[in-house]
Ligand binder design. Structure first.
Ligand code: NCD
Length: 358
């Protein structure tokens, strides 16, 4: 069994994402991640298990008795939410997921209120959290920090799991899980997700949710991916290289209306201008053709769905909000269920929740 204690950081860091996967898995050998850092840790079997567990938790939570049972599952655990980048949904849904499972939480949402402000390194801060908590859920502008911390903690006297809640422009694995859960639920009684066409639109260059979801979709059969963006913000080669290597059919386009006609799901994203190299650089790009409005709604298939990781600016017109195909509100709530499932599974409670009497 591969373990992070058996490999030097520099050797681990040099591995491909697929090769890193066994080092991040639970020791019990059930394939489930211990540290959740990137989408490449999930294959189809794991996705099916997590969606089933999320469904189960959602169902159990409906009755008072069930909800009280769920609250007992991880009542002996504490989790630290360490978010050094802005967040509403990812923070709150992880918090709510912890609450569903009875986990006590602490949080730092602004480094200015922690000892980082006094010059403490992020590494030391995270070591500090591990003294008091049993899991760290972290979001950072720094790509690779969650991975480094996972290695550090696994090699410390208090190894605890890390959940990546967004790492720079790189990955957002739990968002991709909730996106998959939403897609699976959307097509549940309509023939499933295999064979569908998913259109990504917006800032595909710097959107971490796109990178993680694009990978997770490769676990499904014949899912075609279409990337619609202004050419300055088109999908980067590292994403399409994976699709090419896996033989996934994809195309790149500048025409949203046309792409929507063939789409089963349209995944809109906002312009990630916090990453602009010079202030206002994104504002000079013409993004006017990359917005979903009444005309796009009119050509979307009757069974099609509109998704967005949120927050939205003006990429989806509010006139779409009450259409039954607008899935972004449900998508947000699905985040709570799938994160509860992932956290329960991380701590080894998948089977007991699946088989409980509720
Ligand atoms: C996304 C993120 O932070 O990457 N939001 C989220 O987690 N729901 C997308 C975004 O900020 O545009």
């Amino acid at each position: 069994m591969a373990s992070l204690t058996d490999i030097a950081w520099s050797d681990f860091a040099a591995l491909s994402l697929e090769a890193k996967r066994p080092y991040l898995a639970r020791r019990e050998g059930d394939g489930m991640p211990y540290h959740t850092l990137f989408a490449q840790q999930f294959d189809r079997a794991l996705l099916v298990r997590l969606c089933a567990l999320a469904n189960r938790i959602r169902f159990i939570n409906k009755s008072k008795e069930g909800a009280l049972y769920l609250k007992s599952v991880l009542a002996h655990k504490r989790a630290m939410l360490y978010f050094s980048q802005p967040s509403s949904r990812t923070f709150l849904s992880h918090l709510a997921a912890c609450q569903i499972l009875g986990i006590t939480t602490g949080s730092v949402r602004d480094a200015a209120t922690s000892s980082e402000f006094k010059g403490e390194s992020k590494e030391d801060s995270i070591r500090t959290f591990s003294s008091y908590f049993d899991m760290i859920i972290m979001r950072s502008p720094e790509q690779g920090l969650a991975e480094k911390m996972a290695w550090e903690l696994s090699n410390s006297s208090r190894p605890i799991p890390i959940l990546n809640a967004g790492s720079g422009k790189d990955q957002h694995p739990t968002q991709a899980l909730l996106d998959i859960y939403t897609l699976v639920r959307s097509f549940e009684n309509k023939g499933g997700l295999d064979g569908r066409t998913v259109v990504f639109c917006g800032d595909l260059l710097r959107g971490r949710t796109v990178r993680s979801l694009s990978y997770l979709l490769t676990n499904f059969r014949d899912v075609r991916q279409v990337f619609v963006a202004p050419k300055e913000l088109q999908v980067p080669a590292d994403v399409t290289d994976i699709l090419t290597a896996k033989g996934v059919s994809y195309s790149v386009s500048g025409n949203l209306r046309e792409a929507v006609r063939d789409a089963d799901a349209v995944y809109m994203t906002r312009i990630q201008d916090e990453w602009d190299s010079s202030k206002g650089a994104s504002a000079r790009i013409d993004t006017s053709h990359f917005k979903f409005g009444a005309e796009e709604l009119a050509v979307l298939k009757p069974d099609g769905v509109i998704m967005h990781p949120l927050p939205r600016r003006d990429e989806i017109a509010t006139c779409c909000d009450h259409d039954p195909r607008a899935m972004y509100w449900r998508q947000m709530r699905n985040g709570m269920w799938i994160r509860a499932a992932l956290i329960a599974a991380t701590f080894g409670f998948e089977e007991s929740v699946m088989n409980c009497g509720y």
